[in-house]
Write a protein that binds this ligand. Structure first.
Ligand code: GDP
Length: 485
């Protein structure tokens, strides 16, 4: 097993790196960050003010950045002396005026004095290499920057604070203990002794597999929180999809018309329900495609639906026949996609007398009673609802059902959630290795094979926090960061 320090050949921690840490563009203030052995000396060499090399850590100083006689800007310099900084190196943050010209001039000046441009994510890479953060925490930094809802921010923050890492660390420690006992057995192979009690080992592996399994399962929710849930609103022309979209978003965004299929603009909206972003995908496209359900088939609708996790199927409860409804449900259903049936225009049904409805439905094959229909449809209660999009009746209830259809587990707040596909894959490989260990114990395989499988699971667990890593992996992770982070 390799540790990250021995593997990193490209990293040169002697370099002092520089980058703009705030967004490019005009603003009140921009922050330029320097990190490395010479950070303070380099800043001081273009500084008019107190001698920065003689100041204490965590202090802020007013002064000027000068290029020879030329004053570039009036700035504040924040000092962080190693190891008490984000990167654990000497760090200087210059808060200057956010003019493209000033920023560029200051950065060029620092480079002239010996710094080099930082690569994307290089500050965080250094924080990782210097032991400030583990890999999953470093990834949480990127997630935190990208977070766009309360839930995604909370999950990223929990990961950054090490919630996930602590849990993995505990699992690893337990496994390491057993692995070393089994290694010991290998040393005494001839004497046929068992230092590691097999029943205890089995219990432990069961426990760990359970925890790993829970973490794997949490990805569904974690992923929904981080990336949102792709949601399609589909239904026949005039079912009320645009009206429903407006009611959900609470604004008059889509064009509502009486003529079927007149909404042709692409609408992509994000609906936030309890902190989860539901991305309503190209519903205009679905509208066009659903025209085709009756005519040329469902291919395009199906393509859209297959990219989604949730399908909100809307139908006009006053018009659709049971036959049409059943055929739509059948053709739209796909494995892996949750379907929510929404009976719309209930306001019209309520104004009709039950007797009239009964005789009409008998004559036309239309649905007589939505409640009865839903009860016999075989779908669980949370997947069906009756609303009036136009009168905005039961819209909040619908939102609640959209949420519970997509998110089966509730957010408890302190639970560890896996949000990262890399972590998910490592956990799945860990689980496979653990299952092999269990099978091995039952099959009484020899200590050396057991030891190998335990090491495998340790390896994959270690990949998550970066105890085990390769340059490729680091490159892959940190190149996705922005420059200056
Ligand atoms: P789409 O083709 O599925 O997008 O359907 P629209 O949203 O354009 O609605 C078609 C027609 O049905 C419009 O005249 C809407 O005002 C009407 N409509 C939609 N929802 C309701 C509802 O809940 N009750 C009533 N009475 N009419 C509705």
């Amino acid at each position: 097993m390799n540790t990250h320090n021995s593997q990193l050949t490209t990293h040169n921690s002697e370099d002092t790196i520089v980058a703009l840490a705030t967004p490019n563009g005009i603003g009140a203030i921009a922050v330029i960050r320097l990190s490395g052995l010479d950070a303070i000396a380099i800043a001081n060499s273009v500084w008019k003010g107190k001698d920065l090399t003689k100041q204490a850590s965590h202090t802020i100083h007013f002064g000027h950045i000068v290029d020879g006689d030329l004053v570039l800007d009036e700035v504040l310099a924040s000092l962080f002396v190693a190891p008490k900084s984000y990167t654990r190196e000497n760090v200087v943050e210059i808060s200057c005026h956010a003019s493209g010209y000033i920023i560029e001039s200051i950065i060029k000046l620092f480079i002239k004095k010996g710094a080099r441009s930082a690569k994307p994510g290089e500050f965080t890479l250094r924080a990782f290499l210097n032991g400030q953060l583990d890999l999953s925490q470093a990834e949480a930094v990127a997630d935190l920057i990208a977070s766009n809802s309360k839930a995604s921010q909370q999950v990223a923050l929990q990961q950054l604070r090490g919630g996930f890492s602590t849990q993995l660390q505990l699992l690893r420690e337990q496994l390491v203990n057993f692995a070393s006992l089994i290694e010991l057995e290998l040393d005494f192979a001839e004497e046929d002794v068992e230092f590691a009690n097999r029943d205890q080992l089995k219990n432990l592996i069961h426990e760990i597999t359970k925890i790993v399994g829970r973490l794997i399962q949490s990805f569904e929710l974690g992923n929904a929180i981080k990336n949102g849930v792709n949601t399609v609103i589909a239904g026949r022309p005039n079912a009320g999809k645009s009206t429903l979209l407006n009611a959900l978003l609470n604004e008059e965004r889509a064009i509502v018309s009486h003529i079927p299929g007149t909404t042709r603009d692409t609408i992509e909206e994000v609906l936030n329900i309890q902190g989860i972003n539901f991305r309503l995908i190209d519903t205009a496209g679905i509208r066009e495609a659903t025209d085709a359900i009756e005519q040329i088939g469902v291919q395009r609708t199906m393509e859209k639906i297959s990219q989604s996790a949730l399908l909100v199927y809307v139908f006009d409860a006053t018009e659709i026949t049971i036959e049409e409804l059943n055929s739509d449900i059948e053709s739209l259903q796909k494995p892996g996609i949750t379907m929510l049936l929404v009976a719309n225009k209930m306001d019209l049904l309520e104004s009709e007398s039950p007797e009239d409805r009964k005789s009409e439905s008998l004559a036309s094959g239309k649905i007589q009673n939505i409640g009865d229909f839903f009860r016999t449809s075989g779908l669980p209660d949370f997947r069906t609802i009756s609303i009036s999009a136009k009168e905005k009746q039961h819209i909040d209830e619908l939102k609640q059902k959209i949420y519970s259809s997509a998110i089966k587990d509730q957010l408890s707040g302190d639970e560890t959630l896996v949000t990262n596909i890399r972590h998910l894959e490592a956990l799945q490989k860990t689980e496979e290795a653990l299952i092999r260990v269990l099978g091995g114990i039952d099959g009484s395989i020899t200590s050396d094979f057991l030891s190998m499988d335990i090491k495998q699971s340790l390896h994959y667990l270690g990949e998550i926090t970066g105890v085990v890593t390769t340059d490729d992996l680091l490159e892959n992770i940190f190149s996705k960061f922005c420059i200056g982070k």
